[in-house]
Design a protein around this ligand. Structure first.
Ligand SMILES: Nc1nc2c(c(=O)[nH]1)N[C@H]1C(S)=C(S)[C@@H](COP(=O)(O)OP(=O)(O)OC[C@H]3O[C@@H](n4cnc5c(N)ncnc54)[C@H](O)[C@@H]3O)O[C@H]1N2
Ligand code: MOO
Length: 407
């Protein structure tokens, strides 16, 4: 039985994937995690006026070059309430952080560097010309392109977008991923399973992966191993104009594995089926018109590993995000035996040795139905096809399951 190498399967899937190019206008709070579809120009200049950077006194530097200068207090400028007059020779205005610098002033002296005297202040520190003033437009000026199309919107980009006075932003539509769990034995969590029934779990992990990668999830629920039921669910996904259909289970060769046959009957073009990997061998990839179809194996760990290797990169490409960098090299904490023809993804924990080196320790049992071990794992040790024995202490390639949690 011929099996496609993992890298070739990934390339074939991704080379066909085109980023979604429908524009949506969304309110700023909904724009987090989205990708800009157009350049964003500043609608105003920031700061809109020369502003004080400190609480203190606005003055003319020539009036107080050295400590001991006495200045007459003629008013106050606070944020939102500027001083309308002009500062003349020997005069000062009380000023607060963010307040407009009054006309005539060219510097701000910290209040800590002054002493109050009758009718004004006496300086206790030399003044440098222009100190503690933020010039108008120091941040950005009206019409300036501050965020470019293609930028992913996170906390700092949303802040500057708001600061530029944008209440809405134009972003690419999220790819929509339909999820369908198949199997007579499956029940949703919270149900009372009968003797031959189990809980459908992998939908939740795949949905979480898909959302984190930038997709909107359309849950088609659970259908029995029945061609008409599978076909009807696929029809609902097509009608909803989803970008990707993901099926869970029924991908292998058993009498009840009907997913591929049903999809072919619905007009699916099969791209490939069966990958030289463990777990996840029965993965199937095809297309229904423009819609990508991924048939994931039923075993939860197999589904999730296929999700990490195929679904996540697909969604990120459709959503205009760069791939997640999950690959790292650590040390093997145990000796790993020589591999066969399938690329092995070995569940392992990571821990730091006393010398600070990260080492991956494989779980003894690697059955692809075992969710608990997968939840405890930090990484997958990647064992290429026909890799020779890897001795404990050797460099060891891994795929990180939670790359953002690694320091
Ligand atoms: N004769 C062969 N048998 C099998 C082969 C093979 O090559 N020849 N491949 C094996 C491999 S590898 C895998 S992986 C499994 C995958 O098979 P299916 O995709 O057809 O999965 P199912 O049979 O539907 O289910 C497998 C297992 O997983 C449970 N399951 C299904 N869906 C869910 C779900 N949504 N959440 C949790 N658990 C689920 C299901 O009850 C089964 O226990 O095939 C091997 N067989
Ligand atoms: O390839 Mo299967 O995914 O080993 O259990």
């Amino acid at each position: 039985m011929s099996m496609l190498p993992v890298a070739e399967a990934q390339d074939r899937l991704l080379s066909r994937a085109k980023p979604v190019r429908t524009i949506e206008t969304v309110a700023l709070p909904e724009a987090e995690g989205r990708v800009l579809a157009a350049d964003v120009k500043a609608k105003l200049t920031q700061p809109p006026f020369d502003a004080s950077a400190m609480d203190g006194y606005a003055l003319r530097r020539d009036d107080a070059p050295e400590p001991g200068a006495k200045l007459r207090l003629i008013g106050t400028s606070s944020a939102g309430h500027g001083f309308e007059g002009v500062i003349g020779k020997g005069e000062t205005v009380r000023i607060f952080t963010g307040a407009p610098v009054p006309s005539g002033a060219d510097s701000v002296l910290l209040q800590e560097d002054t002493e109050k005297i009758e009718g004004g202040i006496c300086t206790t520190f030399p003044v440098r010309l222009g100190q503690h003033i933020r010039p108008r437009g120091q941040d950005f000026v009206e019409g300036e392109v501050v965020l470019k199309a293609g930028t992913a919107l996170d906390f700092s980009r949303l802040t500057v977008a708001a600061g530029m006075n944008h209440g809405t932003l134009e972003v690419w539509r999220k790819p929509v991923v339909a999820l369908l769990a198949t199997g007579d034995e499956l029940l949703p969590p919270g149900s009372l399973p009968g003797p031959a029934q189990i809980i459908a779990s992998s939908t939740f992990g795949i949905a979480a992966l898909a959302r984190k990668a930038g997709a909107e999830v359309f849950d088609l629920g659970i259908v029995p191993d029945d061609k008409a039921a599978i076909s009807a669910a696929i029809g609902r996904a097509m009608q909803a104009e989803v970008d990707v259909i993901v099926t869970l289970g029924g991908a292998s060769v058993g009498d009840h594995d009907l997913v591929q046959a049903t999809l072919l009957g619905s007009g699916m073009k099969l791209d490939f089926w069966r990958i030289a990997m463990r777990p996840g061998k029965p993965l199937m990839v095809g297309s229904l018109g423009e819609v990508h179809v991924l048939g994931l194996p039923g075993n939860p760990v197999s589904s999730l590993v296929c999700g990490l290797l195929f679904l996540e990169p697909l969604i990120r490409k459709l959503a205009s995000f760069p791939p997640v960098r999950r690959n790292a090299t650590v040390e093997a904490a145990a000796t790993l035996r020589a591999n066969d023809q399938r690329q092995d993804y070995v569940r392992a924990t990571l821990s730091r040795s006393s010398s600070g080196v990260l080492a991956a320790k494989p779980f003894v049992k690697q059955d692809s139905s075992m969710m608990k071990i997968f939840a405890e794992a930090d990484c997958l040790i990647v064992r290429p096809p026909y890799a020779p024995e890897l001795r404990a202490g050797s460099p060891c390639p891994v795929m990180l399951l939670r790359p953002d949690l690694l320091d």
